[in-house]
Design a protein around this ligand. Sequence first.
Ligand code: AMP
Length: 301
Amino acid sequence: MAVFSRCSRAATAAKTPNAAAAATFSYLIRALSPFSSSSSTTFDPENGLNCNKPAGLGILKREPKGRNVQWAFLGCPGVGKGTYASRLSNLLCIPHIATGDLVRDELASSGPLSSQLKEIVNQGKLVSDEIIIDLLSKRLEKGEAKGESGFILDGFPRTVRQAEILEGVTDIDLVINLKLWEEALLAKCLGRRICSECGGNYNVASIDIKAENGRPGMYMDPLPPPPECASKLITRPDDTEEVVKNRLRIYQAMTRPVEDFYRSRGKLLEFDLPGGIPESWPKLLCALNLEDHDDKQSAAA
Ligand code: AMP
């Protein structure tokens, strides 16, 4: 995807204000939004499967132009972007690209960026737009060389500038904004466990939020590891209480405006998670018009 080498060049050029304008305008090839509305669409978990589907989402696997879908997930740390992005990736046979994973791979590689990144990531801060776009561009170019088409981005864009650069170089069809109450987010980050061998993501938190003041309660079961992973679990260094709180603050300051960016372009699908995977996955499929897809059952297993 030559698009993303342009993306990388745009980010580099955007270091100075004049260059930023030039980069923004020269790469600005915005396409018409696939949605007819100019605002976001909200999925209401209370309405069950009679959900409100955004116009233009009958696309499923392929966009009219013959390419695979290009979607992105937004949402606070711990909301479950990785879980749902990877399920959709399996269902639609489209790569799931998590920029957090690209950063962690770079950290593990002990390459030139490694020590610089470690300090930033372990404090819960954002890596610079230039670095993250460079990592993403390389990942997309590698995928393109292997014949990949389409993507589900997870954790990108996280700043309005990243969104502008992305919008300037390719068409994002849909941005899914996952939402969950803050008390559940912290518990989910603190309960996250990763298998040091296979990289599988699990969660030991059992979330039980009581109904109050008209707000319904919420229960989320833990997601236990299979026996072969149980003795190899590790926690992410940025999943401590202090760092998670910092990441949530940074989300509010830097990433919340990205929601508005896509909302104003009619590309944002708001999705309030109604609970854990068993309740949320079928409703997410429904909101995405994927409920009749043949592979739905196997992906949900
Ligand atoms: P995540 O796994 O998505 O929580 O990302 C882990 C860390 O990687 C973040 O806390 C940031 O330090 C860094 N990171 C991931 N994606 C981005 C991005 N789009 N922009 C800046 N930093 C990022």
